[in-house]
Design a protein around this ligand. Sequence first.
Ligand code: HEM
Length: 381
Amino acid sequence: MNLDPIPQVPTDDPFPLYDVLREEHPMLRVEERDLWVASRYTDVRAMLENPDVWSSAHGVVPSRFKPDKPTIIAMDAPRHTVLRKSVSRAFTPRRIDVLSKRIREIARELIDEFPASGEFDVFHAFTDPLPMYVMAALLGVGREERAMFKRCGDAIVYASDTPPDELHAAQSELTDYLAVVFEERRREPREDLISVLVSDSPEGKALDEEEMLGLCFLLLVAGTETTTSALGNGLLLLDRFRAERDWVAADPARVHAASEEVLRFDPPVHGLSRVASRDTEVHGVPVSEGEWVHMLFAAANRDPRTFENPERFDPARTRNHHVSFGWGVHFCLGANLARMELRIGLQELLARMPNYRVVTDGVERLRSDTNRGFARLPVEI
Ligand code: HEM
């Protein structure tokens, strides 16, 4: 039996294999990929909490892809510490709170376009555009440029499905557009993320042009498709577990805990990798300097040593310290924003289509080594 979990990410149910790994092979060697896979919660947490030993600077995906622009997700201290501090200025809870009204408006505009009844693809109608439009609002992209932003953004986010010349054209178009926006915001700051980051403040220094571009591209890649997947996974789980859906729908406040449970039970990012920066060990297995270890978040989130009844989808779960946003110094900068989008999105969808049914045969998954996303999610209302 091939135990390599990476090809399982886009399948219907990768979890039985993850259980076998976590219980029987907590440190699995995948020779063909030249990497290890760690799947127990305490091992994954220990890796995330020791960035001195576990480097991100070589890239964080098992394909070993590394972005060409300097970007905080693929960086170690001291550069990561300085840049993350500067970038964090734009992600304060107050700034994200201000966006909540706008997120609900966008959600309602999209829902207004739904058909009155029948079957339609809720991926194209809602879960895909919502995070991209929120990203546009966060960056201060005007309404007139939103279509261009979505077109270029999609080409970059779904890069593996985009022909190389189209990808290149989208990257240049967006780079040119953003360079103009950076310049405008330097001259006339507004209430958006770019205005904060192009200027110095007591909390942090302005980012230079390359860092600004690196960040905007990272935000597109890290912050849109992941949130789209979380919304889709939420809809699928609340379809599969009807009693739980009724419980959540009875009180919109219950969407808070339910969203966290969606993130634990089937996370948008099933795993990310690190490289050992010195000889070390994981779960008692020696790992040499330079070796790659993939952390299987989705398996760790169902570790029975950490979570009570981990196989149960329990939207009322209270102690839910999953690793779906990572942990420690690289903990997801957009976690508060993603949580807000997921809550508002699910609240509005449950209000509009309380009796929806997912047309399971028509669901298409995104091809990816790490992210459990969608290409199609048909529902009947
Ligand atoms: C449900 C949606 C999301 C999930 C599951 C998710 C997951 C993650 C994970 C697992 C990491 C840690 C990477 C590592 O340790 O190597 C991360 C980092 C990051 N995320 Fe998210 N993310 C989501 C949404 C967002 C959004 C909406 C944004 C921005 C608006 C965002 C921006 C970032 C950034 C900038 C980092 C890098 C932080 C650093 O390296 O210091 N993410 N995310």
